[in-house]
Design a protein. Structure first.
Length: 94
């Protein structure tokens, strides 16, 4: 079951500067290994994201299995919100 998340990504801008952007991604819920609160990233990018969203969001780090590798993805939402989103999709499926 694919679940839609809003991913936070940093892209190089000019020299040492980076910009922070948002992008929708779809993740297979069966491939999510863990969800944790990403408090360190919260401090560094909250202002830029808050302007884009019009609110001060919480961030979570998803660890996603990609075969024998894992990938860390920062998404918008608390771990509880992420869990509820995954659980809701699984309930709707069955």
């Amino acid at each position: 079951m694919l679940v839609k998340f809003t991913m936070v990504e940093k892209t190089p801008f000019s020299g040492d500067k980076t910009t922070t952007g948002l992008r929708d991604i779809y993740v297979n819920s069966r491939h999510i290994v863990s969800v944790t609160l990403d408090s360190m990233r919260h401090v560094s990018i909250t202002e830029n994201i808050a302007e884009q969203l019009g609110m001060t969001p919480q961030f979570s780090e998803l660890v996603v299995s990609e075969g024998n590798l894992t990938k860390k993805i920062t998404v918008i939402g608390s771990p509880t919100e992420i869990y509820q989103k995954i659980k809701r999709k699984q309930i709707l499926k069955g």
